[in-house]
Design a protein around this ligand. Sequence first.
Ligand SMILES: [Zn+2]
Length: 128
Amino acid sequence: MKIIGKGSKSFSILHNKCPRCSKGDFFYSHPYHLKYFGKKHYNCSNCDLKFEREPGFFFGSMFVSYALSVALFVAWWIAKSVLFPQMPAGEMVLVMIVLQVGFAPLNLYLAKITWLNLFVKFDEDFTK
Ligand SMILES: [Zn+2]
């Protein structure tokens, strides 16, 4: 299994590509383009993979979203402890809320495409 480059899970997740062929787009645009916020393609434009494998398939992505939120919290906690050890708790919570809201669109995008990548393998036959 490849770790980086076309055909890897990381490539699919970071480049918004179909996990089966690494060519077709998953979302219409980047996470902060409000006109297409959260809008994903129904099928892959290259290999015709149906992204929503069953009704409610992407509800499971909230587990990934939760993990990403916890990771952001831990990263902020470590950064705060190193850079601002005297910061009051109220300010720390306020910054955490701003970070979570600011990263919410990116979190949603990463959670959904990561969830899909857990269930779909790369297949070289579909790369043509
Ligand atoms: Zn595809």
